[in-house]
Ligand binder design. Structure first.
Ligand SMILES: *Cc1c(COP(=O)(O)O)cnc(C)c1O
Length: 396
């Protein structure tokens, strides 16, 4: 039996008819940029997360970059984050000219260790960027408390955690801003690149809307006025189809980006969003089964803290002899993935930051031990039994 780490085809099959109809509608409407499905999806996503504004962008990395800029973070600033994450988290901080400051993680949840944040705060620190890694919320109460004490912004990296909850609040609605990715392998994925920024802060939303489209037009003017303390009403004119011609496009107020969610992607995501809770629940059921059936194996299983609902974007276990286990699983047709082999502070690109081996020992320890096994919602009973039986026989 061959089981891949993620299986995008089976999920697509389950929504194929509706998806093709909706995507075809967009194709024949010829409203490809900022079409109706984009604004409708933004409304639906904001409601789902429980925030005032959801503003779509081109991908999750851009979501982080634009969110940082909208929070006024740039050259000379420091942002506290985790080293045990995908590169985009740190990269976005560097991209705006700020410096990532890495705080070690917890060995059992893989999330940032909140007891080690305060000692890293300096007068340059402007924000904390927690990552809800593998779908499990970071300890947001403690993070928000520290942020409040030192007047820092909290930018959540929710790229792996659409629908995860912390004390009945959805991730992306707990800090000042939430940043999402719809990369195909995330738990809510589109058919290409896509991203979203969520916030209930009107000012941040205004600046984000301007930055995603060259700081131009009405949104650009609103953001400009806001940043320069100009009180002037900017009228909202008729909806423009940006695909063809929008006269306001040629008046620029800020240096921004071109980072938008394609209408085709928004249409597909509108088809998928109603299923996300069901898909997440299936991931949790699979995780519960693994927790039960693998507890007597030699693997160390992921720990979920109380009062949260993880969405298990990945189910990441630890083994003392990872390479051997991964190879044996591969021989039996079971795919795995190593998340993450090199913590951010030891990446070549960051050698100038001056970290050395041993500085963040938990992340380093995990980087030699962790790997993900298949957890996607469409796993069949037969596949799950096959995975469990093989792991139990390999990891005695
Ligand atoms: C995937 C991911 C991103 C980046 O998302 P893209 O859409 O691929 O740009 C950022 N942070 C984390 C933790 C991710 O897993």
């Amino acid at each position: 039996m061959n089981i891949s780490l993620v299986d995008l085809k089976t999920q697509y099959k389950s929504i194929e008819k509706e998806a093709e109809r909706k995507v075809n509608d967009v194709l024949s409407s010829a409203s490809y940029i900022m079409g109706k499905d984009v604004t409708e999806f933004e409304k639906e996503f904001a409601e789902y997360i429980g925030v005032k504004h959801a503003i779509s962008v081109g991908n999750g990395t851009d979501a982080l970059v634009v969110a940082l800029m909208a929070c006024g973070i740039g050259k000379g600033d420091e942002v506290i984050t985790t080293p045990f994450t995908f590169f985009s988290t740190a990269e976005s901080i560097s991209a705006v000219g700020a410096t990532p400051v890495f705080v070690d993680v917890e060995v059992d949840t893989y999330n940032i260790d909140v007891t080690k944040i305060e000692e890293k705060i300096t007068k340059e620190t402007k924000a904390i960027m927690p990552v809800h890694i593998f779908g499990q919320p970071a300890k947001m109460d403690e993070i928000n408390k520290i942020a409040k004490k030192y007047n820092l912004k909290v930018i959540e990296d929710v790229a792996q955690a659409v629908g995860s909850e912390y004390k009945d609040k959805k991730c992306g609605a707990i800090g000042d801003v939430g940043c999402f990715s719809f990369f195909p392998t995330k738990n809510l994925g589109c058919a290409g690149d896509g991203g979203m920024i969520t916030t209930s802060n009107d000012d941040i939303a205004t600046i984000v809307r301007a930055l995603r489209t060259h700081g131009s037009g009405e949104n650009g003017q609103r953001a400009y006025n806001l940043l320069n303390n100009i009180s002037e009403d900017v009228k909202t004119s008729e909806d423009h189809d940006d695909t063809v011609y929008n006269p306001l496009k040629y008046y620029n107020y800020l240096i921004g980006f071109n980072t938008r969610l394609d209408t085709v992607q928004a249409a597909l995501l509108r088809v998928k969003l109603p299923y996300i809770d069901e898909w997440n629940e299936k991931r949790r059921v699979n995780a519960k089964m693994y927790n039960e059936k693998l507890k007597s194996s030699s693997l160390t299983l992921p720990v979920v803290i109380g009062e949260v609902k993880s969405v298990y974007n990945m189910y990441v276990v630890q083994s003392e002899n990872r390479e051997e286990v991964v190879n044996q699983l591969k021989e039996r047709g079971i795919s795995t993935g190593i998340y993450y082999p090199v913590p951010m502070h030891l990446q070549k690109v960051y050698k100038d930051l001056g970290y050395k081996e041993g500085d963040l020992p938990v992340s380093e320890y995990l980087s030699h031990r962790t790997f993900a096994i298949p957890i996607y919602p469409e796993l069949t009973q037969e596949q799950k039994d096959y995975i469990v039986n093989n792991i139990v026989s390999i990891c005695r």
